[in-house]
Design a protein around this ligand. Sequence first.
Ligand SMILES: Cc1ncc(COP(=O)(O)O)c(C=O)c1O
Length: 421
Amino acid sequence: MDIRLTVFVALVNHRSKHSKLMTTLVEREKSAFFATYERLPIGAVTSAEGVHINTDMGATYLDAISGLGVNALGHSHPAIVAAIREQAGKYLHLSNLYLQEPQIALAEKLKQASGWDKVFFCNSGTEAVEGAIKLVRKYFSDPAKTEVLGVENGFHGRTYGPLSVMDKAKYRDDFGPFVGGAACLHGYDAATLEAAVSARTAAVIVEPIQGEGGIVEMPLAFIDALNALRTKFGFLIIADEIQSGIGRTGRFFAYEHTTLVPDVVVCAKAIGGGLPLGAILTRTEIAEKLRAGTHGTTFGGNVLACAAGCVVMDLVVGQYQSNAAIEGGYLKKGLSALQQNYPDWIRQVRGKGLMLGVEFTAKAKDVQNHLFERQIITNVTAGEVLRLLPPLTFERKHSEELLQGITEAVHSLAAAPSLVA
Ligand SMILES: Cc1ncc(COP(=O)(O)O)c(C=O)c1O
């Protein structure tokens, strides 16, 4: 057989074999899984390394969402893999009945990077928020001071505490009733806040930069009002840094870009280096209200996750947090220039460091689909916002590839008037 024909047949066989794998996976998922997830249309993932994801279709994608903000050091960072292997060779799970060095080491690193006194480990973001709500109620231990307020458009997780301080119908519809004494402010402004808080308020929870809500930064006037009202009414401020924390915005926590002075901080996502881990950070006088047995978890602070977290901390603080500021600044500048060229298409570019959102006037999904075709993975959240959460290890060539992809997508959509909304 002609050599070119042989290669062609091999390629066709290769692709159809792997397409069959994908078809099989979709069918198996349909028959065995809850239908709670919409999977990305990129084929079956066979491996992922650094900023790239490889599929059975032979494609390599540039990952600009890094496991929804989890893979801060990219996929399968060799130092994380080595730390997990080393720890797995010692022990996997003991329970929180035992002192475990990786937990303590990670807590010390978090303290050092953030300036907070004490750390509690759990397994996820929603669990960290649940724990923070319990913590503030225990702190006041006063039935007349139990109210916890969230802010419109926020996202804090899927269990009842977080859902109770959120307002979005898509997460709450038909799941009520919610936790008593919890509510959500309608309006992200100082006057609404002032009207809502009182001596009954135990805490207000905010995201310094809303992630799922479409990369929305907290307005400065709101921050000033929040700080002042806390002094007046003696409530606590919880900063949800689950998406924005651990160096993503170019500072260790996003609130460090602002005048916000939180009392409790929750983080998760990136801190476990790809393994499930969440954390609550606060001052000693607040932390010590939770005594032995009042709060806890079987898996929280799992040693594999903590060992991975130690690597994340060393590399993020030592190197990649500043890279996030540099690459994020470069990307934002490029995206803002694109917005100037296409004001009818792009309404706003928002965010800090490598937590960026491009708000389109319409058709963000079409832009995302164009990017899939160019083998670039992004995410659309909150209507028409293209969300970018690349690994903090992004290099200039990756930023350029991403910018080029978005530019070409906008260019071709703008050149096809039939697609305009
Ligand atoms: C700001 C914020 N808070 C809380 C959560 C919930 O975290 P998890 O999904 O780990 O429960 C998320 C998840 O996206 C988040 O972005």
